[in-house]
Design a protein around this ligand. Structure first.
Ligand code: LLP
Length: 412
């Protein structure tokens, strides 16, 4: 459920007509709904009420400060993967004691920044990283809480680009190396092993792979306990999918019930790193139809948003629903919705049945709240879109549209 609904023949974002937002801020425009963000966060977080847990929103899905503040105000922690995300999280007032730091390539300065901020823990992905965290922490006279990221070799049955828990993926450590890494962590100065971490992939539409991974992790945990390490945290990562089209992902409640059952009363605090399920359907991208074009083989709707604004269709061939901001009775056509970028891969939808829209009309591209703006670029020297956050009838310009001056501001 989200708060982008039609009222009186036009699309609203909560209590604000999308056409009003477009008139004020132009297109392409990302619109987020605060009520949807809160609803999704509450639904997810409360699904784990039966367990000690911490929900750490995955900043990579949507790093806008207004979004982070909205979630932070509800008690969310965050999962970060870079110094930049740490900077954003702190700027948004997220409690450092609720920040977990994942990622395979943490640099020295980033580790130092996180240690100085006093984050909850590092999810460590290699021996080299463990050694480096130890060296830096020891030099700073600090302690780093670490979890090792286990690669459980589980097939999440999702797009290959967003599967992360298979043996062939670059993420985490295989079980055997992990055991050696925990043993090493016990000897090293400056690091304390406090948890076990795992993230198997994104946009999972079934709970089975999570449970399969959890089973393996719980067996692994026994081995750690036998070694004298009792992890306090079990971080299961993110990955719960959402409905873009016809998927039927499990409700967070089911996910929560399954995990609560599997964990029983083990003395563990569950950490979760949801991104998409919180923010995916809390955002739309609004774009103006610039031209329509008939060719002997296809009809095209050319819009002013492109792969630089929303790369998911081009990169993963992913489906995003599209509809008119002001629907009208008319014939439908089978069209490709494409952007102005000079690549044939620049499309938002292919072979889509859409009403025969005309230039000057606006289209809403749904489920664009996650991995939309955060994956955007300036390709073709296109200034990045503006982002607004709607809360009831209140509108916040969460990020102003980039200007041409912004495009060259860092260049000489
Ligand atoms: N934790 C870790 C360690 C991750 O790598 C990710 C996502 C998450 C949490 C959050 O996963 P989520 O709950 O959002 O599924 N750009 C792709 C998705 C890449 C996901 C990368 N890692 C897309 O647009 O589908």
């Amino acid at each position: 459920m989200h708060h982008f609904q039609y009222r009186g023949g036009e699309l609203y974002a909560e209590d604000v007509p999308v056409s009003t937002l477009v008139a004020a801020y132009g297109t392409p425009l990302y619109i987020y709904s605060a009520a949807t963000l809160r609803r999704h966060f509450a639904a997810f977080d409360s699904a784990f009420d039966g367990l000690p847990h911490l929900t750490c929103f995955s900043v990579k899905a949507n790093s806008n400060l207004a979004v982070l503040r909205t979630l932070g105000a509800m008690g969310a922690g965050v999962d970060i993967v870079s110094g930049g995300e740490l900077y954003r999280a702190l700027a948004a007032g997220i409690d450092p004691a609720k920040i977990v730091y994942s990622g395979v390539g943490k640099r020295g300065n980033e580790i130092e920044e996180a240690l100085n901020a006093g984050i909850l823990m590092f999810n460590v992905e290699s021996m080299g990283e463990l050694e480096r965290i130890s060296r830096i922490a020891a030099r700073l006279g600090k302690n780093a809480n670490v979890s090792l990221r286990i690669n459980p070799n589980v097939d999440p049955k999702t797009h290959p680009y967003i599967s992360t828990g298979l043996k062939k993926n670059k993420f985490g450590l295989d079980m055997e190396t992990s055991l050696a890494a925990y043993a090493r962590a016990m000897e090293l100065p400056g690091v304390t092993p406090v948890g076990i971490d795992c993230h198997i992939g994104s946009q999972l539409t079934s709970i089975e792979p999570f449970l399969e991974a959890l089973d393996k992790i719980l067996i692994f945990r026994e081995k750690l306990v036998a070694m004298g390490i009792s992890p306090r945290y079990l971080d299961l990562g993110g990955g719960l999918g959402i409905q873009y089209n016809e998927e039927e992902p499990p409700h967070p409640r089911e996910f929560g019930q399954a995990l609560t059952k599997a964990l029983g009363d083990l003395p563990l605090t569950l950490v979760l790193e949801p991104g998409r399920v919180i923010v995916g359907n809390a955002g739309i991208l609004v774009t103006e139809v610039v031209y329509t074009k008939k060719t002997p083989s296809k009809d095209f709707v050319i819009v002013d948003a492109a792969m630089n604004d929303l790369i998911r269709p081009s990169l993963y061939d992913s489906y995003h629903a599209i509809s008119e901001v002001r629907p009208a009775e008319r014939d439908t056509l089978n069209v490709d919705v494409v952007g102005p970028i000079c690549e044939s891969g620049d499309f938002l939808a292919r072979d889509r049945e859409l009403p025969a829209v005309a230039p000057g009309e606006y289209l809403a591209v749904y489920s664009a709240g996650a991995y939309g703006f955060t994956m955007s670029s300036n390709y073709n020297s296109r200034p990045r879109a503006a982002e607004v956050l709607v809360d009831g009838d209140t509108v916040t310009l969460a990020r102003r549209r980039e200007t041409y001056e912004d495009l060259v501001a860092l260049e000489r």
